[in-house]
Design a protein around this ligand. Structure first.
Ligand SMILES: Cc1cc2nc3c(=O)[nH]c(=O)nc-3n(C[C@H](O)[C@H](O)[C@H](O)COP(=O)(O)OP(=O)(O)OC[C@H]3O[C@@H](n4cnc5c(N)ncnc54)[C@H](O)[C@@H]3O)c2cc1C
Length: 435
């Protein structure tokens, strides 16, 4: 047992852990942070879009030295079939503001920077240190952690579980159920390196401007999932992910999906001639509001992906992680300042702050969406993309067929595939889940 005692121990130095550690240490608490990776970020995978407002609430002047890649001025949403995409695109010079709203980042660099900021405000960080178990007393109160270091048990008033999507420690200690396969996606990602000028000419951007492409459709072979392509300064991050339960059922391989996505005629020219330097696979919690476990107990709180706080509909995770980490830190600081013990009852403050924030409000709004997409994945991710693509082609192809006949052909194709009742039912279910 290590004699030194801490106000708080934070497990993990990802987005949520760093946000919690920074918030507490900058308010004067004695914080120990434990990270199993060689350095913060070495094990972390993200697309990655980083949302500035949530970081600003923690480190207001982060733009001065944070490793940012490009600020995003254009977003493309593509619905793909095997040879085409039907797109919606938004580009605005408004995004070229003094303090841009969204940036692409490379997590290995960004997490290192965030962690340095944590140490600057007094966090003690131990890397290459895996927390193997929580120290729990006979009443179920968490007293600290056990690590893989010699004599590695350490005590603190409160433990912040920021261990990421697996949540193994929380599960092992009986604080939560393991995440269900239908609530977790497996994503694979590659980094394709290209000169900055090539990226800028291919995406019609200049300077630090960036573009994001998000795509759904037959590329996931009827499984619930999404692909993405993000521009960095001198690289393109590109990946695809689907629910683990769908992979188990279909026996499709994530790697084959990624290869197919890269070879798609809409994607291949964007990455032509690039050098692939990194390949990574990682899970994403996608069960939404209904999959959120117990968030606090005697001597512990859970934040970020470990708490399943991820908005799969808007593809947001890091901002929910940073916000939940910050709010947990603020709650703990307020309890400490009021000399209140870290009981389950008192730590409810964290849950209350989270409920008032966009995190819970957004997840609650889409609470029925994950189940709807999962149970209708063949329609939403296979049939509709094919039908919409054919409809677009019918609309655009000029071959002497009267427009009225083209329209009838399009309507017939939708009804033959889904029936009138099926179409109405899908629209109603979608509208209700989106409300
Ligand atoms: C392919 C992909 C693309 C994504 N794209 C985006 C995006 O564009 N925008 C966005 O906002 N979100 C995105 N996300 C989601 C985002 O990455 C996560 O929501 C975010 O990283 C969660 O942060 P976290 O701190 O909770 O977990 P993590 O970042 O996973 O950090 C957990 C940390 O805990 C450490 N750890 C785990 N167990 C232990 C242990 N026992 N002992 C010590 N340390 C431990 C890990 O090494 C890790 O450093 C993406 C995710 C993936 C997989």
């Amino acid at each position: 047992m290590i004699d030194e005692r801490f106000d708080a121990i934070v497990i993990g130095a990802g987005m949520a852990g760093n946000a919690a550690a920074y918030t507490m240490a900058s308010r004067g608490l004695k914080v120990l942070q434990l990270e199993r990776g060689e350095y913060p970020g070495s094990k972390n995978v993200q697309g990655a879009i980083m949302y500035a407002s949530m970081l600003e609430k923690i480190i207001p002047d982060f733009r001065e030295d944070a490793p940012l890649e490009r600020h995003i001025i254009e977003q493309r949403f593509w619905m793909m079939d095997d040879r085409s995409h039907t797109g919606m695109q938004y580009r605005s010079d408004d995004f070229n503001e003094d303090k841009p709203n969204r940036y692409t980042i490379v997590r290995a660099q960004f997490d290192k920077w965030f962690s340095r900021k944590c140490r600057e405000v007094g966090v003690t960080l131990l890397t290459e240190t895996t927390v193997t178990d929580l120290l729990v007393d006979s009443t179920g109160k968490v007293l600290g952690v056990k690590t893989d270091r010699k004599g590695g048990a350490i005590q603190a008033d409160v433990v912040v579980l920021a261990e990421g999507v697996n949540g193994l420690l929380g599960t092992r200690a009986g604080l939560r159920e393991p995440p269900k396969p239908e609530n977790v996606a497996l994503a694979v990602k590659e980094m394709h390196f290209l000169p900055a000028e090539t990226i800028e000419s291919r995406f019609n951007i200049k300077g630090d401007e960036g573009v994001v492409v998000e795509a759904a459709g037959t590329i996931t072979k009827g499984m619930t999932g999404l692909a993405f392509l993000y521009t960095n300064k001198e690289s393109i991050s590109l990946g695809i992910g689907c629910l683990i339960s769908d992979f188990a059922e279909t026996r499709e391989s994530p790697y084959t999906l990624l290869e197919t996505f890269k070879a798609h005629p809409s994607i291949a020219p964007l990455i032509a001639g690039s050098e692939v330097k990194e390949y990574a696979a990682h899970m994403i919690p996608e069960g939404g509001y209904k999959a959120i476990p117990q968030l606090h107990g005697d001597g512990w709180v859970v934040v970020g992906d470990a708490a399943q706080l991820n908005n799969a509909i808007h593809r947001e995770g890091s901002n929910l992680a940073m916000t939940s980490g910050r709010l947990a830190g603020e709650a703990i600081h307020r309890l400490k300042a009021g000399r209140q013990p870290m009981t389950k009852e008192n730590l409810k403050l964290y849950k209350e702050l989270l409920d008032e924030s966009f995190v819970m409000k957004d997840l609650k709004k889409y609470k029925d969406m994950p189940a709807l997409l999962h149970t209708n994945s063949a329609n939403f991710f296979q049939s509709y993309p094919q039908l919409i693509s054919r409809a677009a082609q019918n609309f655009l192809r000029v071959d002497g067929t009267p427009k009225i006949d083209m329209e009838k052909k399009t309507t017939r194709s939708f009804i033959e595939k889904r029936s009138r009742i099926g179409l109405i039912s899908d629209a109603v279910k979608l509208a209700f889940a989106w409300r």
